[in-house]
Each structure stands twice: as C-alpha cells, then as structure tokens.
Design a protein. Structure first.
Length: 149
C-alpha cells in the first residue's frame, strides 16, 4: 500500500526524511527512530492546510525548519547536495516567515514555508544535524519546547 504524507505545519520536513520522534511526556522521554520504511511514496504540499495555524505554531515550526537547514549547512557531513537544499530552505523561510506570521492568509508565504521546510528535511537527511539537536533532545525531554526538533 502506498504511503502519502501531507504536512499540516511548515516545521520538521519529516515528510521527506526517514526520521520520526516519539514522545512519552509522562516519562519525560523522547526517542528518535530512523528507518527507510518511514519514507513515503508521495508527498503533497498544500499550503491551504496551514492557513489557520496559530501565530505561535507558525513561528515555532518555521524556526524549527530554519534551524534544520542551518544545522545541515554547518554539519561536518555537509555536501553540495545538502548545501543546495539548505541554502534554498533558509532563503525561502527567511523571506516568508514574517509574512506568514503577520498575514497567515497569504498563500504564497505559506507555500514558501512548506517548500522551505521540505527542503530543510532533504538537507537534514543528507547531511544530518549539529549541536543544536544534540542539546535540544535532552531539553525537550524535561521541558515543553514545542519548537525543539
């Protein structure tokens, strides 16, 4: 059966990665999983699904997506492929996050955020992350940081 993923926030870019996070708040535990079985057959980016996001979620997921791209760009495993996606991700997000935040109904800004997040996920898959993620995981286990990874 084919897997189709449709993100409803412009955040992790996980729709194009083999990564998943499972959180157990009652245990203050956060577990990462990596499997090629998590990769979809098709990704659909529909900015209309993000039009009603609260400003706080728009900001938090946008900064998470930008951080993924930045970390991939400065990663020791960065390469021309990951750099291409990371740079375009950062360009799209930095050029659209304020518009998406202040004017959430702007479909083009929302589209740029979704594409930027997806490109960040592609960069992350190729180059990995850096120190921000290493620090964010233990902090995210004990504190509700919705923007953390």
């Amino acid at each position: 059966m084919p897997t189709i993923l449709i993100p409803t926030t412009s955040g992790t870019g996980s729709e194009v990665t083999p990564n998943a996070i499972v959180t157990f708040p009652e245990k203050e535990l956060k577990i990462g999983m990596v499997s090629p079985h998590l990769l979809p057959d098709l990704v659909i980016l529909d900015p209309a699904l993000t039009l009603n996001l609260p400003k706080s979620i728009t900001a938090a997921t946008g900064m998470d997506a930008f951080t993924h791209a930045l970390e991939s760009y400065i990663s020791n495993k960065a390469n021309p492929f990951s750099d291409m996606f990371a740079l375009e991700s950062m360009r799209l997000i930095s050029g659209s996050i304020q518009e998406a935040y202040h004017h959430g109904e702007n479909l083009k800004a929302r589209e740029n955020m979704l594409v930027g997040a997806m490109y960040g996920g592609m960069a992350l898959t190729s180059a990995g992350t850096a120190a921000v993620h290493a620090m964010a995981y233990p902090l995210g286990e004990i504190q509700d940081f919705s923007w953390c990874c």
